[in-house]
Design a protein around this ligand. Structure first.
Ligand code: ADE
Ligand code: ZN
Length: 354
């Protein structure tokens, strides 16, 4: 009997390199964290809570999407919560053969007078470490600056990044590796954060940036000028063929989140998503969840959506293997993972005709 397509996609070794830790919390965990911290929620069953912690298809914008996080942040200002959600993320990844996850978050959104930005990151690393021991999925941390934050708050996050950055990390030891800029792109242009990217470049810190998710190509131009190694979403890239040519020439991968883009109305609907156009134009792409908890998806679903867009199974298997080349890890560690992916992807594809 032919194996179901989802089973083949599940079996593919995968990476998730655009994954917000705070957007990946299980709804059941939201409920338990609230009970432990004695925070009142609008509902006290998982079913009742779902409309408040997931984004409905009627969502009209990235801003509306980001508003959902407001209910979750108060539950994450605590070391036990942060360690737990990091651990559970690794467990969820391992269940669908995600072999490496780069978890990103803004430590300043979770700090308190008793829980510093450094401690937020340490708690996450602890959960990721434990997750690796129990489930085998390796991980790294990307520190996010937030567009709506002032220079002082973003400076605090950046100093945490500088203190905790480990460029020579090994796969088995989760470490802080890179800088990102997240939040409401429509209101806050990337050039306002240029000095952080310039400093990261001087220090050898890897960089990615949410850009071209909500409007136009100006933020994409800025991100490329700031020498980012990867671009988050980049949906508007095709509007400027010069930018496309530059991304192809510089081999800058775009971190795609198909369902996220549909939900935030970065694209009007699934069939308008440009992922296949990017691929055909030679733009390196990776498939990612963005916010698996808030959207209510997993990465295997994102591979299914890519099939619906017209990618072949073989193309998806190659994307999964090639994603290892784009990890924020030393080259020898990336190569180790790539070798493993090549043999596991071959085995997964053989299932198709089994
Ligand atoms: N934070 C969480 N998800 C995000 C997204 N898709 N864009 C910008 N910031 C985010
Ligand atoms: Zn994102």
């Amino acid at each position: 009997m032919k194996t179901m397509m989802r089973d083949i996609l599940l079996a593919l070794p995968k990476t998730d390199i655009h994954c917000h830790l705070d957007g990946s919390v299980r709804p059941a965990t939201v409920l338990e964290l609230a009970r432990r911290l004695k925070v009142k929620l609008p509902a006290d069953t998982v079913e009742g809570l779902l409309p408040f912690v997931t984004v409905a298809p009627t969502c009209r914008s990235l801003k509306e999407f980001l508003d959902v996080f407001e209910l979750i942040y108060p539950l994450l200002r605590d070391p036990v919560s942060v360690e737990r959600i990091a651990y559970e993320l690794v467990e969820d990844c391992a269940k669908e053969n995600i072999r490496h996850v780069e978890a990103r978050f803004a430590p300043v959104l979770q700090e308190t007078s008793k829980f510093s930005s450094d401690q937020v990151v340490e708690a996450a690393l602890k959960g990721l470490r434990k997750g690796f021991k129990d489930f085998g999925t390796t991980s790294s941390v990307i520190v996010c600056l937030i567009r709506s934050h002032g220079p002082k708050e973003n400076r605090r996050a950046f100093e945490t990044l500088k203190r905790m950055f480990r460029p020579q990390s090994r796969l088995e030891e989760p470490a802080v590796v890179a800088l990102d800029l997240a939040g409401d792109e429509a209101r806050y242009p990337t050039r306002d954060y240029a000095s952080f990217y310039e400093e990261a470049k001087r220090l050898g810190i890897w960089t990615t940036c949410h850009a071209g998710e909500t409007k136009g190509t100006e933020n994409l131009r800025t991100a490329l000028d700031l020498c980012v190694q990867r671009i988050g979403h980049g949906i508007h890239l095709m509007e400027d063929q010069k930018l496309v040519a530059e991304v192809v020439r510089r081999k800058i991968p775009v971190e795609i989140g198909i369902s996220s883009n549909v939900r935030t109305k970065s694209v009007p609907d699934l069939k308008s998503h440009p992922a296949l156009d990017f691929h055909k134009a030679g733009v390196p792409i990776t498939l990612n969840t963005d916010d698996r908890g808030i959207i209510g998806i997993d990465l295997t679903h994102e591979y299914e959506e890519a099939l619906a867009l017209g990618f072949t199974l073989e193309e998806l298997a190659k994307l999964a293997v090639d994603s290892t080349d784009h990890l924020f890890l030393p080259a020898d560690q990336r190569a180790r993972l790539r070798r493993r992916f090549e043999s596991e992807a071959r085995a997964a594809l053989q299932k198709e005709n089994a």
